[in-house]
Design a binder for this molecule. Structure first.
Ligand code: HSE
Length: 313
């Protein structure tokens, strides 16, 4: 038996929602798990490109041995019903840029869990899978939208359960993802964060988070401009993303740009705008990064409303 699951990319944090907000985007990884007939073959993991460059760093990021996050996800699920995974061929068709803050690791965790659960005859329900996936990833903001699609606010509670609420993105607001040619691992991007933050910074983010929810609900552009700010992670990570401070400065007073934030832990940058600002965004980002010898891919994308889905491969 063989099961394939197609999972969208995600952009997490979106300004004030560190480890809480995320949106699914229409770039995909497909995880296929196949039971092989030969006994003793163990678990074989292969990664193939679906239109993205898979360099050495990218391959190291999704190891194909038992250190792989995909293997760990499958193993956790098998162990939860008293079994050990073996004789499985896992193939990841990778169309989400790796280590760019676009949820590639969340997508393979989600894809592997859903596929393994299907192969095992569905011992776990969706909420149980979501909880295992968040435990593995360490935070729910990429996992939840990868799983359920859309723009999602989520939390993992002390008992491990995941609570989430879908929000609705105003269709007039364009989302431009600027993907540089350099990677940034989440481990490094989290290592620069302090263990504790000043109370005033926590209050600042709590205020912006409330504004964000109200702004998408009422489609209030001026409120969204105030909301797309952060003091919990961006100030510490800005030095890890070359050109980010200049790009943020360039858009600060641009009337039709609502905000410019780090996508997840970086290295990509997300620019939220009205649709008439798209040319300006492209040219500004290209000019600043090319001045620093950085190549980039810039895509304006809609929110993907579908989450992970079982597909025919
Ligand atoms: N919220 C996470 C972070 C997303 O910013 O570190 C990256 O996985």
């Amino acid at each position: 038996m063989k099961v394939s699951v197609k999972v969208p990319a995600t952009s997490a944090n979106i300004g004030p929602g560190f480890d809480s907000l995320g949106m699914a985007l229409p770039l995909y990884n497909t995880v296929t798990i196949e039971e092989t007939v030969l006994p003793g073959t163990g678990v074989d993991i292969n990664i193939i490109s679906d239109g993205i460059a898979l360099d050495e760093f990218a391959m190291e990021h999704i190891p194909s041995d038992e250190n792989s996050i995909v293997y760990k996800a499958v193993e956790l699920l098998y162990n939860s019903i008293g079994q050990t995974p073996s004789e499985l061929k896992i193939t990841i068709k990778s169309g989400i840029p790796i280590a760019r803050g676009l949820g590639s690791s969340a997508s393979v965790i989600v894809g592997a869990l859903i596929a393994a659960n299907e192969l095992l005859g569905k011992p776990a329900d969706d909420l149980a899978l979501l909880s295992i996936a968040c435990e593995l990833e360490g935070h729910p903001d990429n996992i939840t939208p990868a799983f359920v699609g859309g723009l999602v606010l989520s939390s993992q509670e002390e008992d491990g359960s995941v609570a989430y609420q879908k929000l609705y993105w105003p269709s007039d607001w364009a989302i431009t993802v600027c993907i540089p040619d350099f990677e940034l691992s989440t481990d490094i991007a989290r290592s620069v964060l302090p263990k504790e933050v000043p109370l005033k910074d926590a209050v600042f983010n709590a205020q912006r988070m409330g504004m964000f929810v109200q702004a998408v609900h009422t489609k209030d552009k001026e409120l969204m401009k105030m909301a797309l700010k952060d003091k919990l992670h961006q100030p510490y990570r800005i030095k890890l993303i070359q050109g980010l401070d200049e790009i943020m400065d360039a858009f600060k007073h641009e009337e039709n740009v609502l905000g410019c934030v780090i996508s997840g832990a970086g290295s990509s940058i997300l620019v939220i705008s009205e649709k008439n600002a798209l040319d300006k965004i492209q040219s500004t980002v290209k000019e600043i990064w090319s001045g620093l010898n950085i190549k980039c891919d810039i895509k304006t994308l809609n929110v993907e409303s579908n989450g992970a889905q079982i597909v025919e491969e």
